[in-house]
Write a protein that binds this ligand. Structure first.
Ligand SMILES: [Zn+2]
Length: 132
């Protein structure tokens, strides 16, 4: 666990400077969409969950019966219909939580705007006016 933990931490710490052709493609695709539609660009999909793990070392605090163990945070999301999970280091949990919450609010907000536009169109027609 600690080795895996560290590697994820290293990976995620480098998130802002991610390099390589795949990262470049993703950034380009994102920039195209953002040019067309002003979307807050840091939204995250999925859900963040916490599990309390026990490392198994008999001398560790987590071996005590009422100890909460080692909290591990995981972001779960779908990519092309496949479920993906990503460990989130402790120092990023708060940020990721906020970004996931903002992402969750965004899609219903877009639907609401579209629905309101349709209803306005209906009202405009009833009032014999064209949409401005
Ligand atoms: Zn432990």
């Amino acid at each position: 666990m600690p080795v895996l933990w560290y590697s994820y931490h290293k990976m995620y710490g480098a998130y802002a400077q991610t390099r390589g052709p795949q990262a470049a493609r993703l950034r380009q695709r994102k920039a195209q969409i953002l040019r067309r539609f002003p979307i807050p660009d840091d939204l995250l999909p999925g859900s963040l969950s916490r599990s309390d793990l026990r490392c198994g070392k008999p001398t560790c605090h987590c071996a005590r019966p009422k100890d909460p163990g080692h909290p591990v945070w995981t972001l779960t999301f779908m990519v092309d219909g496949k479920k993906r999970t990503l460990h989130i280091p402790h120092d990023m949990v708060e940020e990721v939580q906020q970004r996931v919450a903002a992402g969750r609010e965004f899609q219903p907000a877009v639907r609401e705007v579209l629905t309101a536009n349709a209803e306005l169109l209906v009202l405009a027609r009833k009032q014999g006016k064209r949409q401005p």
